[in-house]
Design a protein around this ligand. Sequence first.
Ligand code: OGA
Ligand code: NI
Length: 364
Amino acid sequence: MSSTEMPNSDFDRAKELKDFDDTKEGVKGLADKSITKLPRIFIRPPDELAEDLKSHQTHFQFPIIDFRGILGNWYNKEIVEQIKDASEKLGFFQVINHGIPLNVMEGMIDGVRKFNEEDPEIKKKLYTRDRRRKVRFYSNFDLLKSRSVNWRDSLIISANGLDAEDLPKPCRNTTMEYLEHITKLGDKIFRLMSEALGLQPDYLKSLQSAENKTFLCHYYPACPEPEITLGGSKHSDISFLTILLQNQIGGLQVLYENQWADIPPVEGALVVNIGDFLQIVSNDKFKSIDHRVVANSNGPRISVACFFSGSEDTNRPPKVYGPIKELISKENPAVYKEFMVGEYARKFFSGKLDDKSGLDHYKI
Ligand code: OGA
Ligand code: NI
């Protein structure tokens, strides 16, 4: 059987998944063995590979927005217009001159690299999918259930009440520093997004949408057979907003007008994208767009996605979200039901969405 034909029908997939999980060393553990063939669990089903991995968008210009014109709370209408345009059409843009120093960004990436490359025993101790743990490490959150295993490992850090001591040493100080900066930048972007929706600048913040920051720190080792697997499957983000830091390897793609388009890494830039929750509260004005990461024979690719996921429903009283009243009218009725953040996430993580997207599930 060649590796591009039907994979996974004639072997004990469940056992191989479990054996891989039990190593607690993730994909990095395999890459370190200098394998030249991918284990079968990583080979994508033909329907996923049928979508060519290469970008077909030849005339696609990925929007880059310059925040240089923003001074404190003063900003020009032009930036708001650019954000509105990108959020409505593509749901993605990059920002430059956003105020986070290059050395802080590089420090964050470097900390994640060190965590993954230094001592496997630290990683093993953190290996869990228990969402109550503030800091956890795993390869593929849905490994044992999913038919598509991603060529990447992830360190997840919940920033809520995060104490430096909670963090693994190799990325402790760098993460605390990056957190401080990303919090400020998040506030800024939520103000701009509010204005772009025609709302008061503090509107989205008043919904507590900038709360509950979680870092998804991904490590994609160089891949021996990048053409038959993926670094990250197609998905949209369960967040209001995601701000993504990436190193210079590349591989991130967005689905734009049914074609995959590359998001080329730009030195010093951050990628911003709209998540499902902001699509719902904006009543479809802003788009939460599918994206994925292709694997690469170069590596490691390192990225840090900061998810702003809003108020958890463990708070009392729980916060219920729905399309913003100011954005709905007789001509423009609500197209989504109300939801709670934790409830949405639990449905997603337990696979209760029956292969539907969360957005379809909450659609009226
Ligand atoms: C994510 C994601 C992309 C990347 O974590 O949701 O889309 O570049 N990450 O790692
Ligand atoms: Ni994502």
